[in-house]
Design a protein around this ligand. Sequence first.
Ligand code: SF4
Ligand code: SF4
Length: 135
Amino acid sequence: MIGKIDVKEIRGKETKKVATLSLENQYACYQCGKCSAGCPSAPFMDLLPNQVLRLLQLGKTARILETNTAFACCSCFVCSSRCPKGIDVAAVMESLRQLSLRAKLDDFDIKDIEPEELEKIPPILLVGTFRKLSS
Ligand code: SF4
Ligand code: SF4
């Protein structure tokens, strides 16, 4: 449910932050869906990449941050390479991760992993996970 469209949200601080952090123009998206069609993480996402762009255009950044989409993105850049409008969708996803982490909306807590499982995880995987998914 998108809810009411509000011009204050469209011109809101959070929407501008995504544009500033990603250096991308979300308004260029015309919803062709090519990004989502090629995205290998799409089956695991609450919102598809093109839906994220549409919600950004409507100023619904808070709604996006409630979902797992930015964290489910594996930064493969398929979307960016396919976009006919030249939007670096992967950069938009990264900016949404940054916004989430700045708001302390982490997607990873080491306490959720059992100690015996922790011993089996390669340290480099843990470091990478911390860097990407926690503030
Ligand atoms: S960079 Fe992220 S959003 Fe883009 S295709 Fe890859 S997983 Fe999907
Ligand atoms: S490929 Fe580009 S223009 Fe098409 S839906 Fe995705 S972001 Fe929008």
